[in-house]
Write a protein that binds this ligand. Structure first.
Ligand code: UD1
Length: 337
């Protein structure tokens, strides 16, 4: 059974391809390599022993998307990761983000309808909740105005999927990720941040590696136990496994409604200071840090209510913070080499 993984050479995509292959699925990756590298396909093959099919395609190009779906007639499900994801860049270049993220989803859904491919798993984000009024936040919480064009594309894409599901035979599972971190145990795949990292973990690993001087902690006056921001960090391998379960749920006809949504987190929050301390302890290395002003657009705290995903998907994040810190560091060291 062939699964099309768009954005399959990216961070979460590549880990998901590995998990799919290890469960016996035949994988076709479509990626425009705008934020990833072709070597990832070989690295996946080194882990699994199977080289996934790969097509370099810009899915925001309607013709190119049509050609892809014409070429492969045996796709049974699509996992759609392909999207631009830099929050700051999206504020500066909103049209680029709307064009890329919305058009690629529309083109994929259009071809799924044409080719009678009824299953899509969509890569969404907890950013759709903004700062929730109630924590932990559950899937039924109201969605808030997005802080960035990137966040807004996730909200709009969820709506596009729901409207398409209502008007077609397509069924969808939307997965709202909390903060994915860590890397594969092999250190053969992981995240490649371009330029100066925006996210906390790559900034910490690059500081520990001597590439950056000091981690700036954005604010210590939040209403949290130590004043720094709190997030629900989840290991990327746990996240990847949830995608395989979602695909199996769809193929097995087990969905309870044609468009389902699940939170993917651990259910527990850690502060920025806790993360830095854990990184230092697990890897026995010092990380320079300083407290600076809050970052515009940041929320104070968020963590997931995972009970629905745990019960319905039979999935639970298994890796702890120590493992997240360890594999993040091993990946940084491997890249340095
Ligand atoms: C960010 C995005 C979110 C996106 C997610 C993807 C913003 C506002 N949000 O989430 O939309 O889905 O990445 O991974 O960009 N921090 C520091 N110093 C740093 C970097 C981060 O103190 O150098 C703090 C932040 O203030 C926050 C925590 O670390 O409290 C996590 O930040 P980050 O890794 O950027 O993720 P989010 O902001 O939660």
């Amino acid at each position: 059974m062939k699964i099309l993984v768009t954005g399959g050479t990216g961070y979460i995509g590549s880990h998901t391809v590995v998990e799919l292959q290890q469960k016996g699925f035949d994988v076709l990756i479509a990626d425009d390599l705008s934020n990833s590298f072709p070597e990832t396909v070989d690295n996946i093959a080194d882990i699994t022993g199977i080289k996934p099919l790969f097509e370099k395609v810009d899915l925001s190009d309607r013709t190119a998307t049509r050609i892809l779906f014409e070429k492969y007639s045996d796709i049974v499900a699509v996992i759609h990761f392909a999207a631009s994801k830099a929050v700051g860049e999206s504020v500066k270049k909103p049209l680029l983000y709307y064009r890329n993220n919305l058009n690629s989803l529309i083109n994929v859904l259009e071809m799924m309808e044409k080719k009678n491919i009824p299953n899509i798993v969509f890569s969404s984000s907890c950013t759709v909740y903004g700062q929730p009024d109630v924590l932990p936040v559950s899937e039924t919480a109201p969605l808030k105005k997005a802080f960035s064009p990137y966040g807004n594309t996730k909200k709009i894409c969820e709506d596009i999927i729901d409207d398409t599901v209502a008007a077609s035979d397509i069924q969808a599972i939307k997965l709202r990720y909390f903060n994915p971190i860590g890397a594969h145990d092999s250190a053969l795949i992981g995240e490649y941040p371009q330029g100066v990292p925006n996210n906390l973990i790559p900034y910490i690993t690059q500081t520990a590696a001597g590439i950056r001087q000091c981690v700036s902690i954005y604010g210590d006056d939040y209403n949290t136990p130590d004043g720094t921001g709190v997030r629900d960090y989840i290991h990327v391998v746990d996240l990847a496994k949830a995608h395989v379960i979602a695909v199996e749920r769809m193929l097995g006809g087990k969905c309870k409604s044609p468009s389902e949504v699940f939170n993917l987190g651990t259910g527990r929050g850690y502060s920025v200071l806790e993360i830095i301390k854990s990184f230092e302890k697990v890897n026995n290395i010092k990380v320079n840090y300083k407290i600076v002003a809050r970052r515009e657009g940041d929320i104070e705290k968020v963590w997931a209510d995972t009970s629905f995903a745990n019960k319905e998907l039979g999935w639970k994040a298994e890796r702890d913070l120590d493992n997240m810190m360890l594999t993040s560091w091993q990946w940084e060291l491997k890249r340095k080499k």
